[in-house]
Design a binder for this molecule. Structure first.
Ligand code: BG6
Length: 486
């Protein structure tokens, strides 16, 4: 075992993100033996919390044997301190140094997880830089920071934040987390695309008609209305998570799997995106239906808010591979189901010898990100039996069936481990972020100026019908597999 003295500092330790994601992910890594022996987890937040209470709230979100849980909770310490004065950070530094000296161990690593609203990032990073970045030089120690979106509200504010952080820490120390990059299916994308010889030559405008990237959630803002209303669905999900999906789908093959080789290719394709057009966008806002409240019924949402809880839009990539292939992004809250999936729809054959038209029988490669990871290909095949009628069938891979015993880590677990190992492959580089904002910023400004009106849709439905019209305009043809009747 390589000896290391590791300190993980969770700033914003009493907040929602820390409780629901950061601590549970650390717990799984601990349980599975991925954390070194000499690890300390230090919670830091403004409130004067009692460690017992903090441990109890963390425990509520941990799943595992009680022995593991209590051994993990014992590793957690808590330090109250403010985000804007040196004092608290000096106290934190004292704790860190004492530990590192006590173990006398080299190298030492410090991971700071900022589970905080981005508005305090500049002051927190300043406090950390000035007070907590001195480490024993002879130790070859490392220091890394994980930061969470939202990174700004548009291109200009994102750049401003990036400049502020960039003046304090170099890119190699900044880990911008987008948890979609930690999902199993996202990590599969480059293998699927570049390790299958029959896919490679077809992955372009000559064969592909359109690509759909769809995110659906059955619940509304769930008490997060106050946060959500400032951002809306485009900033919450599309500009980051779905944009990363698009980058992985559309990028060229990287030179290698090295973090910067991958990110170079992602940036390159994102920079080919045209700005999303308001006339190729549909917005929606959910109204009350059944037992579900409407968006405007949430008391934390300002009266008369026009923030979209649903959006669908067309993204266009101006390069040799993708010119003319619409990428349709759709995301919505309070819809009829929980599902994230990608549909790559192919063109029909140019000529047919069959009686039926093949236009509605498209090859479609479907990647289901969640729930229940799956990949299936819609194929046109002969109907079994005496007839030679072509029908659509599915060649399918369901992870549950084929890989049932495999442990599929949660996205946060995987990404935290990457950060501990110093692998930035699945973290968003500054220039990627810039390109992602550039594509959406004109549209967001038009929305903020009230130029687009969200269409009402009842909670629990598929969202506004106009989104289906938009998808059809982009060339999407609904292709249903033949339902077998024995
Ligand atoms: C978050 C958004 O980044 O992603 C949430 O802020 C959204 O609004 C969530 O619900 C979706 O993540 P997942 O992993 O549940 O698909």
């Amino acid at each position: 075992e390589r000896k290391i003295c590791l300190s993980v500092v969770v700033l914003g330790a009493s907040g929602d993100l820390a409780k629901k994601k950061t601590f549970p992910a650390l717990f799984t890594l601990f349980k599975r033996g991925f954390l070194p022996k000499n690890v300390a987890i230090i919670g830091y937040a403004r409130s004067k919390l009692n460690i017992k209470d903090l441990r109890a709230t963390i425990a509520e979100h941990l799943k595992g044997a009680s022995g593991d849980v209590s051994r993990f909770l014992d590793l957690i310490a808590y330090l109250p301190g403010s985000y804007d004065s040196a004092e608290g950070f000096q106290g934190l530094q004292a704790v860190l140094v004492t530990r590192e000296q006590q173990y006398g161990m080299c190298p030492a690593g410090r991971l700071f997880y900022l589970a905080l609203p981005p508005s305090v990032y500049p002051q927190v990073c300043k406090g950390l830089k000035e007070n907590c970045s001195e480490m024993a030089a002879q130790c070859n120690s490392w220091l890394r920071l994980i930061v969470e979106k939202p990174f700004g509200m548009d291109l200009a504010s994102s750049e401003e934040l990036a400049n502020q952080l960039g003046a304090l820490f170099p890119e190699e120390q900044l880990y911008r987390i987008d948890h979609y990059l930690g999902k199993e299916m996202m990590q599969n994308m480059l293998v699927l695309r570049f390790a299958n010889q029959f896919i490679q030559p077809a992955w372009n405008r000559n064969f592909i008609s359109n690509i759909q990237i769809c995110f659906k959630e059955p619940f509304g803002t769930d008490g997060r209305g106050g946060y959500f209303d400032q951002f809306g669905i485009i900033r919450d999900v599309m500009q980051n998570h779905l944009m990363q999906v698009l980058a992985l789908l559309a990028m060229e093959q990287p030179v290698s799997l090295a973090a910067d080789d991958i990110r170079d290719e992602k940036v390159k394709v994102l920079r080919c995106l045209a700005a999303v057009r308001p006339d190729e966008t549909v917005l929606g806002q959910h109204t009350a239906a059944g037992s579900q409240a409407g968006y405007l019924d949430d008391p934390t949402v300002p009266k008369g808010s026009r923030t979209p809880t649903f959006a669908s839009c067309i993204l266009r990539i101006n390069n040799e591979r993708w010119a003319g292939v619409p990428f349709v992004m759709k995301a919505g809250k309070a819809l009829n189901e929980r599902k994230v999936e990608i549909r790559v729809q192919f063109k029909p054959p140019a000529a047919t010898i069959h009686n039926n038209s093949l236009d509605a029988m498209r090859n479609e490669l479907v990647m289901r990100v969640q729930p229940d990871e799956a990949i299936y290909m819609k194929m046109v095949l002969k109907r079994p039996g005496l007839s030679v009628e072509p029908i659509v069938s599915e060649m399918d891979l369901s992870y549950k069936q084929r890989y049932s015993a495999t442990f599929i880590p949660d996205a946060y677990e995987r990404l935290l481990l990457d950060a501990l190992r110093g692998d930035q492959q699945h973290f968003v580089r500054r220039d990627e972020l810039r390109a992602a904002w550039a594509a959406f910023t004109p549209l967001l400004h038009a929305i903020d100026a009230g130029e687009l009106t969200p269409l009402p849709y009842p909670a629990g439905t598929r969202g506004p019908h106009e989104a289906d019209v938009l998808a059809a305009k982009a060339g999407f043809v609904k292709t249903s597999a033949y339902v077998w009747k024995d």
